[in-house]
Every structure is written in structure tokens, then in C-alpha cells.
Design a protein around this ligand. Structure first.
Ligand code: 3HC
Length: 293
């Protein structure tokens, strides 16, 4: 039997989308990487070049392998370029209407047997699926940030997802070196449902001036052995993304834990969206940098 998934598409080349492109390309899969316009396409290309460039600088990837990896990716602003992809994964901002619109378009572009996946972290996959003519082929495929590093993928199965579809997506995640789990369509799935109450609590502790950002982060990093503190992690995830996730979970579950701390929205409005804009709870050397100044 021919190898499943030789060419996949990714729509949206923000932090998650660009990371997902890298994961596929690193694993020998051809990728069509789509963004809305030429500037956004260039930002996506830069993200991949910088990320793989860091691996070259650290001696983890040869320049030749980097060139091969990058050459597997076709960057474009034309969704029609996705027509031969066996799977397309959408990673645009967490706006339900936008996602539904994209899925309706995709439905008419890809082959009948192609799989459509969303990387949504909290929106209802079922509602996205029913925007297509064949909801059976729609799943969630939720990666974690940074996608090239984190070894976990949630595969979200709706009440109508066909069994063979999520089994194939699970197999793909394993091929990418990830540990997949299959979960139902509930806001936050497993990891975000557990994580975001904690992150929100840390933000409200900071907002009430109960403790400094450094002390809150040190408590969890040094006291509890987490790889990074909650406020540094908010900056990595992006405050805009974190806000959308909390808001969706709060609207769905009405758990006070998920009512977004007011400062998150204020920081987003002020452009302090975290690492991607160079400033969030911490200030970074440049947009996209992990170096705190
Ligand atoms: N892209 C690609 N690779 C990256 C990367 C990035 N953005 N950031 C770090 N890496 C790689 C480094 O190149 C390095 O690779 P190497 O071991 O092959 O040299 C490795 O990761 C470790 O990086 P560093 O040595 O620079 O730094 P750390 O050891 O401090 O690790 C970290 C950085 C992996 C981000 C670690 O701090 C961590 O695991 N943090 C927690 C991340 C987390 O919780 N993610 C989940 C967020 S929730 C989510 O994504 C859900 C979504 O819906 C919002």
C-alpha cells in the first residue's frame, strides 16, 4: 500500500501553524503552507527559516538538511494550491466564523477522500465540521507550542467523525514522533482544560499585586519543577490566543476559573501579546525572541 500522507496543507502560519509546517517538513512530508497575503506568507517563511536556522546554529541540523527541509514547503497565498493535499490542517486565529468559512472553501478545493483537520484549542470541532458537505472527514488535530518540541497531540473526534479518519490521523501523529490521544469535542480537550485555570489564576495573582511576575514564575519552575513559569508560558502561548481560549471555555463551562482575568484583555488591546510582539508579561530582545531583557 502506498504511504499515507505524502503531501499535506497548513492554513495559517502564525506561531502554531508555522511550527506545524516545520514538524511535517522535518518528517519528510511535502507541505503547502497558506497565508492570507504575501506579507503574511513571508512572515511564515521567516518563522521556518529562523527556527531551523537556530537548529543549525546549535549543531542539531546540517545546512544541507535545512535546505532540504525548507524546499519541501511551498509557501503561497492561494488556497487552490491545496488541491492535491491528502490532509489539510487549519491553524488560523480562534474565530469560529473564520474557521467555518475556511472549511466551507476547503471542502470544494480538496479531493473527496482528503481529511480536513483543525488545530483549534477550544472551539467546537463539530460546528466547524458541519460547515462542510462531509463532516465525517473532519477532525481536530491539536498540537502544543512549540509544535516541533512538544510530543503530544490531541485528536478530536466528533459524533460524526468516521473511525478510519481519526485512526489515520492518530497514525500520522505517531509518525511525527508525537503521542496522540483521542478525545471528545469539549472546550479545552484534556490539556487546556487542565492548564488554563492554572494560568488564569497566576495572572490574577499578578494583577492583584499579590506577588511579582518573577516570584510567581519561580514558584512553579523552581518549586514545582515545571519547565517554565505560568506568566512566561502565557507569553509563549500569546496573550491573544490565551484570552480566546479562556473566553471560549468560560462561555461553555461557566467555571469561574476560566473567566479571563481583566488584565489579559487590556494587555492584548495594548499590543502586549507576548513573545510574538516582543512584550507581554516580560519584554523580549525582539518580536519572536525568547530572550528576556
Ligand atoms: N521552535 C522550535 N524549537 C524550539 C522552540 C521553538 N519555538 N523553542 C525551543 N525549541 C527547542 C530548542 O531548539 C531546543 O532544541 P534542542 O534540544 O534540539 O537543542 C529545545 O527546544 C530546548 O530549548 P531551550 O534549550 O532553548 O529551552 P528550554 O530547555 O528552556 O525549553 C521549552 C524551552 C521547550 C519551551 C520549555 O521551556 C517548555 O517545555 N515549556 C513549556 C511549554 C508548554 O507548556 N507548552 C504548552 C503550551 S499550551 C499549548 O500549546 C496549547 C495551545 O492550544 C495554546
Amino acid at each position: 500500500m502506498a504511504r499515507d500522507f505524502t503531501k499535506v496543507g497548513v492554513i495559517g502560519l502564525g506561531t502554531m501553524g508555522a511550527g506545524i509546517v516545520e514538524v511535517f517538513a522535518r518528517n519528510g512530508i511535502d507541505v503547502v503552507a497558506v497565508e492570507v497575503d504575501d506579507d503574511a506568507v513571508e512572515r511564515g517563511r521567516e518563522h521556518l527559516t529562523n527556527s531551523t536556522g537556530r537548529a543549525v546554529a546549535r549543531g542539531k541540523l546540517s545546512e544541507e538538511d535545512q535546505a532540504t527541509l525548507v524546499s519541501r514547503v511551498q509557501f503561497t497565498s492561494e488556497m487552490a494550491a491545496l488541491k492535491d493535499c491528502q490532509l489539510v490542517i487549519e491553524a488560523v486565529p480562534e474565530k469560529l466564523e473564520l474557521k467555518k468559512e475556511i472549511f466551507a472553501k476547503l471542502d470544494a478545493i480538496v479531493a473527496e477522500d482528503a481529511i480536513l483537520a483543525t488545530n483549534t484549542s477550544s472551539l467546537p470541532v463539530t460546528e466547524i465540521a458541519v460547515a462542510t458537505s462531509n463532516p465525517k472527514r473532519v477532525v481536530g488535530m491539536h498540537f502544543f507550542n512549540p509544535a516541533p518540541v512538544m510530543q503530544f497531540v490531541e485528536v478530536i473526534k466528533t459524533v460524526v467523525t468516521a473511525d478510519d479518519i481519526f485512526e489515520r490521523v492518530k497514525g500520522l501523529a505517531e509518525r511525527l514522533g508525537k503521542r496522540p490521544v483521542v478525545v471528545g469535542d469539549k472546550a479545552g480537550f484534556i490539556a487546556n482544560a487542565l492548564l488554563f485555570g492554572y494560568l488564569n489564576h497566576a495572572v490574577s495573582m499578578y494583577e492583584s499585586k499579590y506577588a511579582t511576575r518573577e516570584d510567581i514564575d519561580a514558584a512553579m519552575k523552581l518549586g514545582c519543577g515545571y519547565p517554565m513559569g505560568p506568566l512566561a508560558l502565557m507569553d509563549l502561548i500569546g496573550l491573544d490566543t490565551a484570552y480566546e481560549i479562556l473566553d471560549t471555555m468560560y462561555k461553555q463551562g461557566r467555571d469561574r476559573l476560566h473567566a479571563p482575568s481583566p488584565i489579559i484583555k487590556q494587555m492584548v488591546s495594548a499590543g502586549l501579546r507576548g513573545r510574538k510582539t516582543g512584550r507581554g508579561f516580560y519584554t523580549y530582545a525582539a518580536p519572536g525572541s525568547s530572550q528576556v531583557v
